[in-house]
Write a protein that binds this ligand. Structure first.
Ligand code: C2E
Ligand code: MG
Ligand code: MG
Ligand code: MG
Length: 279
């Protein structure tokens, strides 16, 4: 009987693995095609100053408008892109769109600071983005400090020393760094020590609980206190309610991002929203 079970288990396992592999290949093929068809676009989520609720920043978030499947979220394709060379193309797309929005908002006399999510893999490759990015910004009379590079701890850990060196170089060139999903990785504090970051982003998982869970509130308050003592500014992610906003404001949080203020918006919608709010 055991033998039979084992055999069945093995067959099932095998089938599952094969299906997974097939799915990945299909998704990769689909992504390559999508790039040629311009199916990827950036959405922009406002980031407000806690004190005034005015938009001072935004985060660029990638979206895949699939002709059959509808909108696909980045969690479903970014990991695969990171395992292949596709992340470089997606990264360039994000940067180009960010530059475009920085230009537009500047020309509309409503300048903001814009975040893009970068994978350290983008900096470990030979085709160095650094010089090209600087040149492209300079071409449009933009400065690197208008761009915030959001780095996740998880990826920093995978990155070799080389990507860290490139990041250090980026900081020296004036790019701002935000440590994304702060507190969720097991090396957060080590990275704070190593990297000259400007912002930490408190992860939604902490913000979610602060209304009902005293521990989560204490954790947020402590992260804010620590960040400030280190000279860093804090962006809280995933704020969905007025109470969460108030609690974080009272805790001294500098910036807020979440559905309570706005969902990520398509580019033109975002720019209209931003300029309608005024200064
Ligand atoms: P992230 O950088 O931590 O981005 C924040 C995520 O939280 C976004 O999900 C955003 O839509 C979502 N969010 C913001 N406020 C709220 C809220 O109040 N409630 C809820 N339920 N969600 C909220 P999204 O856009 O699905 O992105 C997921 C992750 O994918 C990002 O997490 C980031 O790590 C990655 N990602 C997104 N765009 C890019 C990109 O262009 N390049 C790279 N390398 N990664 C990206
Ligand atoms: Mg981010
Ligand atoms: Mg985050
Ligand atoms: Mg997150």
């Amino acid at each position: 009987k055991a033998k039979q079970l084992g055999r069945n288990g093995f067959t099932l396992f095998n089938t599952e693995l094969r299906e997974q592999a097939e799915q990945r290949i299909l998704l990769l093929k689909d992504m390559r095609h999508a790039l040629t068809q311009n199916q990827f676009e950036m959405h922009f989520q406002p980031i407000v100053s806690m004190q005034t609720k005015k938009i001072t920043k935004a985060e660029a978030l990638i979206r895949w408008q699939h002709p059959d499947k509808g909108m696909i979220n980045p969690a479903e394709f970014i990991p695969l892109a990171e395992e292949t060379q596709l992340i470089h193309q997606l990264g360039e797309l994000a940067f180009d769109q960010a530059v475009h929005v920085l230009q537009q908002t500047r020309d509309l006399n409503r300048p903001i600071q814009l975040s893009i999510n970068v994978s350290p893999i983008q900096f470990s490759a030979k085709h160095t983005t650094l010089l090209a990015w600087q040149q492209q910004l300079a071409k449009h009379q933009l400065t690197p400090d208008m761009l915030v590079l959001e780095i996740t701890e998880g990826l920093m850990m995978q990155g070799e020393g080389r990507s860290q060196k490139r990041l250090t170089k980026l900081i020296q060139q004036g790019f701002s760094i935000a440590l994304d999903d702060f507190g969720t990785g097991y090396s957060s504090l080590a990275y704070l020590k190593q990297m000259d970051t400007e912002f930490i982003k408190i992860d939604k998982r902490f913000v979610d609980g602060i209304e009902h869970n005293q521990n989560d509130l204490v954790l947020c308050e402590t992260m804010i206190l620590m960040a400030h003592q280190l000279g860093l500014k804090v962006i809280a992610e995933g704020i969905e309610t007025a109470t969460q906003h108030e609690l974080l404001k009272q805790a001294g949080c500098d910036f807020g991002q979440g559905y309570f203020y706005s969902k990520p918006l398509p580019k033109t919608v975002f720019i209209n929203y931003l300029t309608a709010q005024g200064h």
